[in-house]
Ligand binder design. Structure first.
Ligand SMILES: [Fe+2]
Length: 195
């Protein structure tokens, strides 16, 4: 028996795909997710905000021509962090029956700050060294003009191994500090234990 609710997530208010890893703002009760479905929209991802009542409050298209693999985002008081990193959608691998994303040295890895309170789809981007992140740990604004992200950083992935995130590199806890007014970023490995 099919439960009709399974076809109508968030009380039927969701117009896009969703994400494995939305982020809950425990103060407002809002859930934030960055969602992609390159089968239906190759040029945009969507920032979906779900209100505390369980219905989608807003859906905002964000241009992302790189078609990068988004697994998780992070939020701070004022921003949603967009991780546009070094693994991109690959028609080449899709057509050969492999996982349809691959490492790409041509793409400038970057972290974006999207104003989570505004209507603008403008993202302020910060270039970083090539890497991939499946999972974030936390993010915050430090009160001195910086946005700080802690996440598990892979040096390289889906490059020699076309089937999965196994054996190429291990994820290491890393901190990025983004200076909002200067547009600069710095990176620091916080531990050398694979996690
Ligand atoms: Fe995950």
């Amino acid at each position: 028996m099919i439960n009709s609710l399974t076809n109508k997530p968030f009380n039927g208010t969701l117009e896009t795909g969703f994400s494995a890893h939305p982020k809950l703002d425990s103060i407002t009760g809002e859930l934030h997710a960055l969602c992609y479905d390159y089968a239906s929209d190759l040029d945009n991802i969507h920032h979906v905000t779900v209100a505390a009542d369980g219905g989608v409050k807003s859906t905002q298209a964000i241009p992302l021509p790189s078609r990068s693999m988004l697994h998780e985002c992070a939020i701070t008081e004022n921003y949603v962090l967009v991780l546009d990193l070094s693994i991109l959608f690959s028609f080449y691998r899709l057509g050969r029956g492999y996982f349809p994303f691959s490492w790409n040295d041509e793409h400038q890895a970057r972290i974006g700050l999207l104003d989570r309170h505004g209507n603008s789809s403008d993202v302020k981007w910060f270039d970083i060294d090539p890497c991939y992140v499946f999972h974030t740990v936390n993010a915050h604004e430090d009160g001195q003009g910086n946005v700080v992200l802690d996440a598990m950083r892979y040096q390289k992935l889906f490059d020699s191994d076309w089937n999965g995130p196994f054996g190429e590199h291990s994820p290491l806890l890393t901190r990025w500090i983004l200076n909002v007014s200067r547009g600069t970023s710095s990176e620091q490995q916080l531990d050398d234990i694979p996690t």
